[in-house]
Structures are given as structure tokens and as C-alpha cells.
Design a protein around this ligand. Structure first.
Ligand code: AMP
Length: 214
């Protein structure tokens, strides 16, 4: 099963993609995570991506598509994947079609998380992440047991550089302009299901699992 999780920044794609991947035994492929990993490792790809990420802009398609293509060829993605943060524009969606067709694979379902704008801003600006194991927290909705410390690995939490109010506003505008048209694109293909992304994390997961028939 190959699934895309679509939705604006802050919709909960990362949180839910991890859960869906575990539930169905799929690989979690998150382009933002891959860029951040490259950034931490100081690779040329990471340094290139940073120029765009810091401004809330999309990394060029050629770079992003090549990275996804290499990732879905990894052994753990052969049984299927949950794509999180990709595709983010029409050119990427078409590139995804081409890369899947070339591998005799197809996209089974696109789940679009629907969350209102105010909630998105509250979620993103209150988000803290563990720089070591990538666990995510929220000051209000999902605080760590000890303030500022990761429950899982004990590392000090940090905020993402692009979760400042200014960059969040830019990322939301980029979403509306470039990514939102994909909702109509996949609806037309009759593989889109819109899912209410408001409310408790567990409730949203249950809705998504239900759509995928699990
Ligand atoms: P995310 O973790 O999904 O919020 O992504 C963080 C940042 O990584 C985005 O604001 C973009 O700069 C970059 N990025 C992630 N996925 C993509 C993509 N599919 N295409 C272009 N840029 C991306």
C-alpha cells in the first residue's frame, strides 16, 4: 500500500504518518525529515535545502524528487510507504506518478488532513522537537514530562528554525499557493479522502486507519 498524507504545515502529518506506518508496516518517508537529517550531517544536499527551508520556501523540485526516488528504492519501502510532505506541488505529483509507473507501483490513497488556520499557527509556534530522536512535543497539547527534555531519550528540546511566526506565515502561504491545488488533482483521480485533523491525536489516527481499512 502506497499512501500520501497531504495537508498544510501543522496539520499533524508527521505525527500521524509515524503511526500509520507502524500500524500497516509501511516505510515513513518524510521529505522535511530527510532534509533536516542532511542538514545535521552537513551534506551538500542539506546545505542547499537550508537556503529554502529557513525562508519557508520549497526546495527545488529536481533536488527533492531525486531524494524521494532514492528513498522509495530502499528495502524497507518495498512493501509500501506513507509519504509525508511530498508531493508539494503539481510538478512533484506528476514526478511521483512517473517514478511509481516506472516501478510498476501505484498510489493507492491520498489522505488530506483538514485543520483550521488558527489551530495550525498555534500548533506550529508551540512545537518543540528532540534534535536527537526527532520526537515532537507541544507546550500545551503534548508537553514533555520534564519541561524542555525529551521523554524518550533525555536530550534537550529545541524549536525548529522555521516554526517562528514569520516563517510559519510564509509556509502557510506557500501551501495555499502550491500544495492546496493537489487536493483537486487527487480528488479528480478519485483516490482522495479528506479527514478531520482537529481534536486528539489518537482520534485522528483512528479516523485515518479507518479510511485505509485497518
Ligand atoms: P516539513 O518538515 O514537511 O514542514 O518541511 C520543512 C521544509 O522542508 C519545507 O518548508 C520546505 O522548505 C522543505 N520541504 C519539505 N518537503 C518538501 C518538498 N516536497 N518540496 C520542497 N521542499 C520541501
Amino acid at each position: 500500500m502506497n499512501v500520501v498524507l497531504l495537508g498544510p504545515p501543522g496539520a499533524g502529518k508527521g505525527t500521524q504518518a509515524v503511526r500509520l506506518a507502524a500500524h500497516f508496516g509501511l516505510a515513513h518517508v518524510a521529505t522535511g525529515d530527510l532534509f533536516r537529517q542532511n542538514l545535521r550531517e552537513g551534506t551538500p544536499l542539506g546545505l542547499e535545502a537550508r537556503r529554502y527551508m529557513d525562508q519557508g520556501l520549497l526546495v527545488p523540485d529536481s533536488v527533492t524528487v531525486a531524494m524521494v526516488e532514492a528513498r522509495i528504492d530502499q528495502p524497507d519501502a518495498q512493501a509500501g510507504f506513507v509519504l509525508d510532505g511530498f508531493p508539494r506541488n503539481l510538478a512533484q505529483a506528476e514526478a511521483l506518478d512517473r517514478m511509481l509507473a516506472g516501478r510498476h507501483r501505484r498510489l493507492d490513497r491520498v489522505l488530506a488532513l483538514v485543520v483550521d488556520r488558527e489551530a495550525l499557527i498555534r500548533r506550529l509556534t508551540g512545537r518543540w522537537i528532540c534534535p536527537s530522536c526527532q520526537a515532537t512535543y507541544h507546550v500545551e497539547f503534548n508537553p514533555p514530562r520534564i519541561p524542555g527534555v525529551c521523554d524518550r531519550c533525555g536530550t534537550g528540546l529545541v524549536q525548529r528554525a522555521d516554526d517562528s511566526l514569520e516563517t510559519v506565515t510564509k509556509r502557510l502561504a506557500v501551501y495555499e499557493e502550491e500544495t492546496a491545488p493537489l487536493v483537486a488533482f487527487y480528488r479528480h483521480r478519485e483516490i482522495l479522502t479528506e479527514v478531520d485533523g482537529m481534536g486528539a491525536v489518537n482520534d485522528v489516527t483512528a479516523r485515518l486507519v479507518g479510511v485505509l481499512g485497518g
